[in-house]
Design a binder for this molecule. Structure first.
Ligand SMILES: *Cc1c(COP(=O)(O)O)cnc(C)c1O
Length: 694
């Protein structure tokens, strides 16, 4: 972090040097129209089905997201059961209401559908295995604490007595005030002090069902004492450190050395302490959490087997066991591959519910014990799908491409070598040609450094190198097997699309832990995306980029995108793709919208203010029979707000500028008009969005 990006802008000095060649290159491109008409042909052959396959939208988006005949992404919050709306049209309509991009759209109906699905899956499993108990899920507030979302969730969960899980004191404050569903559980996890414990116990008197989960052995005497002092019997649980581990990034949430939970000896000690205090009947719940995004169903199974045994043993020891809480971990298929790859999962919600229900029933039946109420703390699986982050592309930067001007006898040897390399590239020698081109380019730079090559010559050499790479890449893409040394070529040649977004604010897990989120354009999907690009965000940080994208196998380093269009609907590339000045980011007159999907869990609260890009605008959309309703608008941070976080007062800032202008006026360094313009801009900016407006 912190390293300044060396953007392509640094090379923009080349523009004036080589722009005279622009016309020639263009003429040649038109003359050798072979490659262009190929592009046109494949353009015609493109279809929305191809876009579906390319962006894998069915894999990760079903049943909520798909593509309509207009080539726009559509949102069907209730799957096949309800209506749908055109995401592109929605964004345009919201923009007209002064809701600029980046824009976070929350579809409350999707949230409702996720809750319905999870509860339906457990209901089905319970029926299938004749499980003589019930399921009472809870939502872990840490996944998304936004008030409108938590309130909606509690409302949607009411028919299922869906509860909340708090992992900290502030989250407990939210849960205590928000959860009013009779019979719903309030699972109290996280580190606790006396105040936390007392609040949780007293909430029983409000008619709530708080369960204090002991995560540390030190909490045991605290709850015993608090219960005694208040004269209220608390409902207690223990969090077990299972020896079955999760896999992948969050695998270390379990195991003997995990951060949370009690080891088996500690659980036994808890039983003894409670027993001695005559409170063993308070112990009613066993909880475990083996990590988030469990990609393999085998891991789910092993954990529930181990936990079931601990559960029945606790009952045998005399605890009044009533609940088994399997924690979170229910995965989301970010890449749509349905595999145990870390960005995917090889099971569905029904498989998950079936395994939990079946294993617990078996363990209890064997010991002839009553079955527990089953609890899960699925956060990611509930909250991810409901939000869609839409952002626009500001400009692009591309490496030179096209057909080079023929070499002259009089040109420098190194340029002649590069040109010959270019001319001689074939399927047979493309790998060798790549090494030659690379070597000649490096030589050209050395020669330049020693003064033997002029600046225009160096520019010509670099452009020749890039067009060599372009030709080689075109061949490499046709091959089944690409030699290792050419693997990076796709990345080297990728365009950079500058996006109106901060990765640090809106997709922190993409930056911090390389998490993959599906990203795709939300329109022009009936058109072939001829560009391959990485995404660069607004921050001045070279880590502020996205260069890993979902793929069927593994990940891909570039994303297929459409060339930006001029306002008349004409592709910018058609006019100046071969223009060397394409190293300078193009302005983007015709909006091009991308969206990041499945980011509804964890991203919002973990986002940070790097470079002072603040919260994005957010809207809550509810589908109605006639269209949609904007339930809530949560305006993103203004400059005044983000500056306030770092203790700047906007009045003071304005005053400082005002005094400077006064001084400059007195010394006649600025005109009155200029000073007013500066002040107006400054003041206006303070109340504006931190992102760029088109
Ligand atoms: C984070 C967490 C969850 C949520 O996990 P998901 O994988 O998002 O479902 C549940 N329980 C506990 C204790 C957690 O820490």
């Amino acid at each position: 972090m912190g390293a300044r990006s060396t953007s392509a802008k640094a090379d923009s000095g080349m523009e004036s040097v080589v722009s005279t060649e622009q016309q020639t290159v263009k003429a040649q491109l038109q003359a050798t129209s072979g490659s262009k008409s190929d592009v046109n042909r494949s353009h015609n052959a493109w279809s929305i089905e191809k876009s579906e396959e390319l962006y894998r939208i069915t894999g990760w988006g079903e049943p909520y997201f798909s593509i309509n005949a207009a080539g726009h992404v559509t949102v069907s919050p209730e799957g096949d059961r309800g209506g749908s709306l055109d995401l592109f049209d929605l964004v345009n309509a919201l923009k007209q209401r002064n809701l600029g991009l980046p824009l976070l759209i929350r579809f409350s109906d999707i949230l409702e559908d996720r809750i319905e699905r999870l509860n339906a899956a457990f209901a089905k499993a319970i029926a299938r295995y004749n499980y003589p108990g019930v399921y009472r899920g809870v939502f872990p507030v840490k996944c998304n604490q936004q008030r409108h979302l938590v309130e909606a969730l509690v409302r949607f969960g009411k028919p299922h007595q869906f509860g909340l899980e708090a992992g900290s004191k502030p989250e407990l404050m939210i849960a205590l005030a928000t959860l009013k569903t009779p019979g719903a559980l309030l699972i109290c996890n996280g580190y606790k002090d006396r105040e936390y414990i007392e609040m949780a116990i007293l909430a029983q008197q409000l008619g709530q069902t708080p369960i204090i989960v002991l995560e540390q052995i030190e909490e045991v005497p605290l709850v015993i004492e608090a219960g005694r002092k208040l004269g209220i019997r608390p409902i207690l649980g223990v969090r077990a450190k299972l020896s079955s581990k999760g896999v992948g990034r969050w695998g270390t949430s379990a195991g003997d050395r995990a951060k949370f939970g009690l080891t088996v000896p500690e659980i036994l000690s808890t039983v003894e302490q409670l027993s001695a205090a005559n409170m063993l009947d308070s112990l009613q719940l066993l909880h475990y959490h083996i990590g988030s995004q469990i990609s393999s169903i085998a891991v789910v199974k092993t954990a529930i087997q181990e936990a079931s045994q601990i559960y029945v043993e606790l009952a045998k020891l005399g605890a009044d066991m009533k609940y088994l809480d399997v924690g979170g971990g229910l995965g989301v298929d970010y890449d749509g591959s349905k595999t145990n790859f870390y960005a995917s999962k090889n099971y569905n919600i029904q498989n998950y519910a079936n395994d939990v229900v079946a294993e617990v029933k078996e363990a209890c039946d064997e010991r002839k014990l009553p079955v527990p109420t089953l609890v899960s703390e699925s956060g990611r699986a509930i909250a991810s799908h409901q939000s869609v982050l839409v952002f626009d592309v500001l400009s692009t930067s591309e490496v030179p491409s096209g057909v080079p001007e023929p070499v002259q006898e009089t040109e420098h040897l190194i340029i002649r070598n590069l040109y010959e390399t270019y001319e001689s590239i074939t399927v047979e020698n493309y790998q060798e040609a790549y090494h030659d081109a690379t070597q000649f380019k490096e030589e050209a730079i050395s020669l330049f450094n020693f003064g033997y090559v002029s600046l225009p010559e160096r520019a010509r050499a670099e452009r020749l190198y890039w067009v060599c790479c372009e030709k080689i890449l075109a061949i490499a893409r046709q091959q089944e097997y690409v030699p290792d040394d050419l693997e990076d070529l796709e990345k080297i040649m990728a365009s950079i699309y500058y996006i109106n977004l901060s990765v640090f604010q809106s997709a922190p897990d993409s930056w911090a832990i390389d998490q993959l989120f599906p990203i795709m354009p939300i329109h022009r999907l009936d058109e072939e995306p001829t560009k391959r690009a990485t995404l660069a965000d607004l921050t001045c940080d070279s880590d502020g980029k996205i260069d890993q994208f979902i793929d069927l196998k593994d990940v891909k380093p570039v994303l297929e995108l459409h060339p930006l269009q001029k306002a008349e609907g004409k592709s910018i590339k058609d006019e100046s793709g071969t223009h060397p000045s394409s190293l300078i980011p193009h302005p983007s007159p015709e909006p091009y919208y991308l969206a990041m999907f499945l980011g509804g869990a964890y991203q919002e609260i973990m986002g940070n203010l790097h470079n002072l890009f603040g919260d994005t605008n957010a809207v809550h959309i509810h589908l109605t029979p006639k269209g949609y309703e904007i339930e809530h608008v949560v305006k993103g941070d203004t400059m005044t707000e983000v500056l306030g976080y770092v203790q700047y007062d906007s009045e003071d800032l304005i005053e400082s500028i005002r005094q400077q202008t006064e001084l400059a006026l007195r010394e006649k360094r600025i005109t009155l008009q200029e000073s007013q313009l500066l002040l107006q801009n400054y003041e206006r900016s303070l109340s504006r969005y931190t992102y760029l407006s088109a």
